[in-house]
Each structure stands twice: as C-alpha cells, then as structure tokens.
Design a protein around this ligand. Sequence first.
Ligand code: NAD
Ligand code: UDP
Length: 328
Amino acid sequence: MKKILITGAAGFLGSHLCDRFIKEGYYVVGMDNFITGEKKNIEHLIELENFEFVAHDVTNYIELKGGLDYILHFASPASPIDYLRIPIQTLKVGSLGTHNLLGLARAKKARILIASTSEVYGDPLVHPQSEDYYGNVNTIGPRGVYDEAKRFQESLTMAYHRFHGIETRIVRIFNTYGPRMRLNDGRVIPAFMGQALRGEDLTVFGDGSQTRSFCYVDDQIDGIFKLLHSDYIYPVNIGNPNEITIKDFAEEIIKLTGTNQKIVYKDLPVNDPLQRQPDITLAKKILGWEPKVERKEGMALTFNYFKNLSTEELYKSEHKNFSDFINK
Ligand code: NAD
Ligand code: UDP
C-alpha cells in the first residue's frame, strides 16, 4: 500500500484529497494545525484503518516514522480574509512549512506536490493566464503575504528539484469551490450563499465587473491526482476556464437560492485582480484533463451543503465588514 502525507488535511481541498486517496487505496496520513481547518471535515475518516491524523504545525520540524511515497503540501490559509487575519502564519507556512516538507521529501525519497495558486499571476496583464506568464504582484500590498509566499514556495520547490534531484510537482490552482468550504471564510461563494440563507443582501465588491472562473472541487481533485502521477515538473494550471463577472455571478446565486434580497455594492479590496481565467491547454495536453462539472450543477451541490448547516454555523462570523477590513 502506497503511503501519502497530506498537509492541510482538515481544510477544504485537503479533506477532499484525503477522501480521494483513500478511495484509490492509499494509506493516508493527514496533518493539520486547524488554524483555518475544521475537525468535522475529517471526522468520517478517523476510524478508518488506512487513515491517520497528526495534529502539527508544519512550520515546525516534521518527524514521521517509516517510509513515505508521496507528499501533498496543501497547508496554507487560502482566502483573502484568512491571510489578512493571519499574515505572518501565511508567510511562514508557504516558506518555512514548504522548506520542512521538501526536507522530509528528500529524507524519505518521496515525490512531493506543492499547492500553488493563480495568485502568483497577481492582477494579471495577460488574459487568459498561461503558465509562462510571470505575473503582476504588489509585494507589499495586502495580498502580498499570500502571493509572495506562494511564489517563494515555487522557487524553493524548483531549487530542491534542481539541486537535490527530488521529484516535485507544482499545481497552480484557480478559484475552486464545493462542499466543506467554510461559510465565514470570506470567499465569494460561501459569502453569497451565507447571505442568501440569512436573508441578507449580497455584497458585490467594486462595480462587480471583475471576473473569476470557478472550478468544482471534484474536477480540481482529479486534476491534482493526475498531475501527481505524471512526470511533468513545471507548474500546471488547474481550473475551469468558464469566466463570469462577479455581478452576473451574484445574479446567478440570487436565482439559484430563490432569495428575495438584492445586490449592494461595497468598496473593491486593494489589489483585487480585475480578471482571472486559466489557460488549461497544458493540463489538457500533458494530463488529458479538463473540467467536467458545469457551474450550475456544482453550485447546486454546494448550496445543498450550506443549506444543511446548523443555524449556529450560519450565524457564526469572524468579520462582518470584510470590505472595510481588507482595505486597511
Ligand atoms: P483551507 O483554509 O480550507 O485549508 C487549509 C488548511 O491548512 C486548513 O485546514 C489549515 O488549518 C491548514 N494549515 C494552515 N497552516 C498550517 C500549518 N502551519 N500547519 C498545519 N496546517 C496548516 O484552504 P483550501 O481552500 O483548502 O486551500 C488549500 C490549499 O490550496 C492552500 O495551499 C491554498 O493556497 C491552495 N489554493 C486553494 C484555492 C481554492 O480555490 N480553494 C485556490 C488556490 C490555491
Ligand atoms: N467578492 C465580492 N463579495 C464578497 C466576497 C468577494 O464581490 O462578499 C469578490 C472579490 O472582491 C473578488 C471575487 O469576489 O473580486 C472573488 O473573491 P474571493 O475572495 O472568493 O477570491 P479571490 O479570487 O479574490 O482570491
């Protein structure tokens, strides 16, 4: 049985990755410090024979007994509200955490896949974004802590590959959504769905003309699975190229949820990318991968998840005035 370590296992993507690798017959070690993750995301795995959980902050030295075949490094705050709330931890997990995991990969002779992001392209001047675009990032802006940590993470990974010859993979993930996102993490999908469920107006930032391209979680996990097992070492975009403006998206959510609420406009956060769409030519070519789940279907599945959360969870909110907070 192949053994895989998944960091960020209690988070949104990490927990879905645990499910997928268990289903594929792997022995999975999940690691997390719960800084943005939730126990309930992995509760269903705890009793399984081929799952083990280690509570650990990966910015500290990682000790793991026995052999290890693969590592997926997914630990990192991932929403603008999270990485602004915990900026130092965000920088540390992308730099020190990645260093520890690359060291572990080297010691165990394990293949390691690193979770990077479309944020390495910053507010892109090239559209759609292909892997050869170097990006347009403000190092000292509010998003800099995340973007630069991820850019450093990519450099460190390539250095370990080139200098130590370890097997590395880099996925550049574009906005992904689905069940187990945190309702109060500030990202646009849980934000809009939470607002609809609480009977609040939907907050569109700026004039809503900025675009995003949303990928359903099952497609994303499948792309990552294929990339890990490929022999391609350079970054690969995984995302859904179906692009939409945030204003049109808010209108879709109003229809889907049947809410009577309206759209209200708030300030656009500083350095909020104005357009984002993955060029997935490379993933199609080398992985034979492309997304299959249409936004309508994926959003319905996601809304169904949020609808079934408890009233307590629905009203739990860390930051109500996200727009004010992010613009500081
Ligand atoms: P998430 O916040 O749901 O999950 C991140 C997990 O990492 C959490 O469980 C958190 O507790 C854990 N974590 C953070 N710091 C840690 C540390 N120092 N030690 C141990 N665990 C730690 O976020 P997500 O959406 O699942 O994102 C997972 C990864 O994918 C991140 O690396 C993120 O940058 C990347 N990513 C996600 C998206 C997306 O759309 N979801 C887009 C681009 C990149
Ligand atoms: N957004 C919005 N209202 C919200 C939350 C987000 O209009 O309540 C916008 C945000 O400004 C951005 C887009 O939705 O343009 C996607 O934001 P998200 O935080 O989900 O992810 P990002 O792609 O910016 O990292």
